[in-house]
Write a protein that binds this ligand. Sequence first.
Ligand SMILES: Nc1ncnc2c1ncn2[C@@H]1O[C@H](COP(=O)(O)OP(=O)(O)O)[C@@H](O)[C@H]1O
Ligand SMILES: CC(C)(COP(=O)(O)O)[C@@H](O)C(=O)O
Length: 280
Amino acid sequence: MKIKIPLHVSGLWIPSISSSYLETGSYGAGLNLAMYIEAGIVDDGGCGIYINNARVLREQSMEICNNTGTSISVNAYSPVSLGRGFGISAGLLIAHALASYHALKYSSMKALQLAHVLEVKYLTGLGDVLSEYTGGFAIRLKPGAPGVGIAHRVVVFEKPVLIVGELSSGESTQVMLSRITSELYEVAFSYYKKLVESEDLLDFFNYSQLFTRKVFDYSVVDKILSDRKGIISYYLKKSALIIWVEKEYASEIHELLNSNGIKAFETTISDGGVMIEHPG
Ligand SMILES: Nc1ncnc2c1ncn2[C@@H]1O[C@H](COP(=O)(O)OP(=O)(O)O)[C@@H](O)[C@H]1O
Ligand SMILES: CC(C)(COP(=O)(O)O)[C@@H](O)C(=O)O
């Protein structure tokens, strides 16, 4: 059995902090990619989270084991690294919590809520668990954990061709959030409200670029992509670069990133959220 979680790259986020972790989260929107963390259970009696065989998120995994009285480890494969802005921390916590709760036949909702609470408590995310649970082009209408917050998976009539780049590592989520002013969040909220009305993917890209341009340094990316044919729009979040391209230019843009030393993937948005895959 494998737990599959789509990578999620937020483009708009406006934190909403409450005294309860379950109700804390963010308004905003993001893309879940057809690129997945695939996690399996390791049957060695230990308690931990491993990504590409390296142990990570120790304290969080201990909380999951203590909370359930179980001792379960998950080993996850991910095409991109932890900490780059692809919502990997949320995906790993979802995998470990789901595996642990499933062993006790507890509800998946409680597992997802624990993953969300740990994201908020350890300052590694606000809206990633809800979004990854939802899948696709996800708009977060009410902040919070699955079962508390609400995210809408937009019904997309045409799937975009995306070239995704993983840039070198940047700062932590906590430091990144601390740099964003309330004035900028007001602007982001006005974009978000328009997006809720239009549900338009191009609006999403353009608003996400306008917002994240004020947070991250676009100079390298702009230089690489300037005057290139076939680019519909793009945005950068932490070290995650999402480029929407015309199909016939996809391999050219993919190559362009590679030749600039950027690890790149051709993908689209996921059909769904968290899922379980059985062999055969
Ligand atoms: N090798 C690693 N690279 C990046 N982060 C790591 C690593 N090992 C542990 N961590 C921890 O994982 C968390 C990453 O969270 P976050 O930046 O939100 O990830 P993501 O952007 O993938 O969602 C941080 O708490 C960080 O300290
Ligand atoms: C942007 C962020 C607050 C953090 O995302 P990450 O860098 O992937 O941990 C996200 O959780 C959101 O609410 O949109």
